[in-house]
Design a protein around this ligand. Structure first.
Ligand code: PDD
Length: 267
């Protein structure tokens, strides 16, 4: 496949990053990730806005404006014949004299294969492992996922799909997804210490009455339904947290309705 690197479209195998880039030696960089459906990059404007916002918030200069990025992406989709796939935009922290300060990084745009969770996970729901944790700079899409990558072997051992973070009794999100909680027909999602997911934004649009407010970890365990949202999972029901069953242990009615409505929105 082709990618964008070194300011041009080149074979992905020829993309390189200097080992002294603080993206590598300090874990400082930003990215974003979206997907195509029938060659159309879904909700692209939202992802571009978030990517450009992440660059600004991390003090990383980005030489490309929204229109230029969009044109590069459309060219890559066409040249790679990317009917259904993922696209990753990545901006490294760059190389600085003190090997620490943000500098001028390299921009990469890659096309990737996309693997959604198996059908069974949507029909049965998945388990999350809880962990007391609060993410730094949660609202910025940084490349720093050291903690969840490190955790992942543990949650796999516990048979969990992923984690749910909580702090001071309040939940925030999963390692790469947002969380929604349903109780007595009302839908809630937290706003503190979370990345503002584009899938989360779509779900908020699908149901105008979702309450954006702090949610207790205990309330989450006692919820009727819980689901997670992300670009790579869409809307995935959560039916277990640690050793606790959520609701009746099956994907709930409201979750299923939202999955259906989201599917229609994608068409
Ligand atoms: N993850 N929260 C975090 C910390 C994330 O990394 C992501 C996305 C989300 C969901 O955002 P969106 O709906 O825009 O995908 C929430 C991507 C998919 C990843 O790292 O693979």
């Amino acid at each position: 496949p082709l990618c964008f690197a070194r300011n041009q479209i080149i074979p992905s195998s020829e993309a390189t990053l200097h080992p002294m880039d603080i993206g590598l030696i300090r874990g400082y960089g930003i990215f974003d990730f979206f997907r195509t459906e029938n060659f159309v990059p879904l909700f692209l404007t939202d992802y571009l806005d978030r990517f450009i916002g992440s660059a600004q918030k991390t003090y990383l200069p980005l030489d490309f404006n929204k229109e230029t990025l969009r044109n590069i992406i459309l060219e890559l989709i066409e040249k790679n014949d990317l009917r259904q796939g993922g696209i990753r935009m990545l901006l490294s922290g760059g190389m600085s004299d003190n090997h620490f300060s943000p500098a001028k990084g390299d921009l990469f745009i890659f096309c990737e294969d996309l693997m959604f969770p198996g059908e069974q996970k949507y029909t049965n729901g998945v388990k999350l492992s809880s962990i007391e944790h609060v993410r730094a700079l949660a609202e910025i899409k940084t490349t720093n996922y050291t903690f969840p990558v490190w955790l992942s072997s543990n949650w796999k051992k516990e048979g969990a799909e992923d984690v749910i973070y909580h702090h001071n009794g309040l939940i925030s999100e999963s390692s790469r997804s947002n969380i929604f909680v349903i109780k007595n027909g009302e839908i809630f999602t937290p706003d503190q210490n979370v990345l503002h997911g584009i899938t989360r934004k779509r779900v908020l649009e699908l149901s105008g009455s979702i309450k954006i407010q702090p949610i207790g970890f205990d309330e989450t365990l006692a919820a009727d339904e819980v689901f997670m949202t992300s670009t790579t999972k869409k809307i995935l029901p959560v039916t277990r947290i640690d050793d606790r069953q959520i609701g009746n242990g099956k994907p709930g009615k409201i979750t299923k309705e939202l999955i259906q409505a989201f599917q229609e929105m994608e068409q």
